[in-house]
Design a protein around this ligand. Structure first.
Ligand SMILES: [Cu+2]
Length: 487
């Protein structure tokens, strides 16, 4: 692989050109060679054969996410060499003019808000906000997040904007934001809006995500490290009868209220889908038909289901009132993002050619397709970038490692715990058409275990959280075990 070394700390444009653009001269086509000749006096001998694609080279040089360099709507089209060069030069120039300085050239560094950036040309550049799994965060980080949400929703300086944003989800609930053409990009935009508001309260904050799949058998536990802890680092626990209001904690009845004045309600029930259900969803190919199933499973069988397993406000049109709404949507967005990272087709399928604006926004789905290259809703024409850190839980890493390279059929043989799918009534609540309901039920058969574990099936430790025996994922899996019922 070609390696590109950025040398020197001088920031004049000639150096930028030498250090950052010249290595691009490993070019793919004759037409590209022409373009290069236009930019610099080079002979054919100087133009080396391509070892990396143009995007990859720019990426390795600037550490700038690949599509960050393509800019705006152009990103849905085939990128042109000339455009890339111009953008690279202008991004460098902008980046260098207004950023903090650094000395460890080429290294990954954090800026004062905790964004992940790179030290390029002596300046901190190419920053991405990083979203983390809630239970993988430190206690201090969780407290900061909970506090910031509380402040955004109660401090007069931010409250009005908070209320308008929450109201928007309810207003648009039945108008298409929960349908295939808008669901994923609209909620990506919505998350960004919410996160930007929180970041005005405290710039170190990003919206965490809750990976309910790594605790699919114990999703409602309330100990200190969990989402549902009632201390200052959690969102509080289950609601209690008769009204299912939450009592203790930061968002409890006595210390917080919804924008409509009522108490926040929850009604935990059933289990959440497990890591295998999420992994199987991610295996769908980036074809028209593959996207159709991927999106439907993600939206209906995973997203809608978890809304109603949490219950209370989360399974009502007031769902955005619940602070956990954004943690749940963070995870849905991460799953989409993980799928999109698999290839350029995964990144662009279905949404690229859509020309109409998303409901209540000035944006098209194409403006929010790439988390590395999102439209910056604060700065017209600007770009912003979001990274998702994987959960740090050992169980997550181990399961993912064991799943790598296994076929759908091999994975389906694993005896697992069943989750509780949506009822017909809940499906109607999400305005799912009768045809889509039938399709969702059909693909649900492939997410739910073929071999179902009954009760707790003797699961202990890590297995008790993930809902299956880790060992059943080793190479010689598939053996019938006690406590397993053939479905
Ligand atoms: Cu929604």
């Amino acid at each position: 692989m070609a390696s590109i070394i950025i040398t020197g700390k001088d920031t004049n444009s000639l150096d930028i050109f030498d250090n950052m653009i010249k290595p691009l001269y490993a070019i793919t086509t004759e037409q590209d060679r022409e373009l290069v000749r236009e930019f610099a006096d080079l002979s054919d001998d100087d133009i080396t054969e391509p070892l990396l694609t143009v995007e990859e080279q720019l990426y390795s040089m600037t550490k700038m996410p690949k599509s960050f360099l393509s800019g705006g709507r152009m990103f849905c089209q085939r990128m042109k060499m000339k455009f890339l060069l111009v953008v690279a030069l202008s991004v460098c120039a902008i980046g260098l003019s207004n950023s903090q300085s650094c000395s460890n050239e080429g290294a990954q560094v954090s800026d004062h808000c905790g964004n992940t950036c790179y030290c390029i040309g002596g300046q901190i550049q190419n920053c991405c906000r990083v979203r983390k799994e809630f239970t993988s965060m430190t206690e201090a980080e969780r407290i900061l997040y909970v506090n910031t949400v509380w402040r955004a929703s109660t401090d007069l300086q931010f409250q009005k904007e908070y209320q308008q944003l929450i109201a928007m989800h309810q207003r648009f609930f039945p108008t298409g934001i929960h349908q295939k053409d808008q669901f994923l990009p609209w909620h990506r935009w919505y998350l960004l809006k919410y996160e930007n508001l929180l970041r005005r309260v405290d710039c170190r904050v990003t919206v965490p995500y809750w990976d309910w799949s790594i605790v699919s058998m114990t999703p409602w536990h309330t100990e200190k490290t969990r989402v549902w802890y009632s201390g200052p680092s959690g969102l509080g626990g289950n609601g209690i009868t008769p009204l299912r209001c939450i009592q203790g904690g930061v968002f409890g009845q006595n210390s917080w209220m919804k924008t409509n004045g009522g108490c926040l309600t929850r009604d935990f029930n059933g289990f959440t889908p497990d890591i295998i259900a999420v992994y199987l969803t991610l295996l769908r190919p980036p074809t028209i038909a593959g996207f159709d199933i991927f999106e439907r499973d993600l939206r209906i069988n995973l997203h809608d289901t978890v809304h109603c397993r949490i219950g209370g406000d989360m399974c009502l049109v007031t769902s955005a009132e619940a602070p956990e709404f954004f943690l749940h949507h963070g995870f849905i967005d991460k799953i989409w993002s993980d799928w999109q990272e698999k290839s350029r087709d995964h990144l662009t399928v279905h949404f690229c050619n859509m020309t109409s604006l998303m409901i209540g926004t000035a944006y098209r789905p194409g403006d929010f397709l790439d988390n590395f290259n999102l439209s910056d809703i604060e700065r017209p024409g600007g770009r912003t970038c979001v990274l998702y850190d994987d959960p740090t839980k050992p169980a997550y890493r181990e399961v993912m490692q064991r799943l790598q390279g296994k076929t759908r059929e091999q994975i389906l043989k694993v005896p697992r715990h069943s989750f509780k799918p949506l009822t017909d009534r809940q499906m109607r609540f999400f305005n799912i058409s009768p045809q889509e309901q039938r399709q969702a039920k059909r693909s649900l058969q492939e997410l739910e275990p073929r071999h179902q574990l009954r009760g707790e099936a003797g699961l202990i430790g890590m297995d008790r959280e993930i809902g299956f025996k880790m060992d059943s994922l080793s190479t010689n899996s598939g053996k019938r075990r006690s406590g397993i019922k053939r479905k």
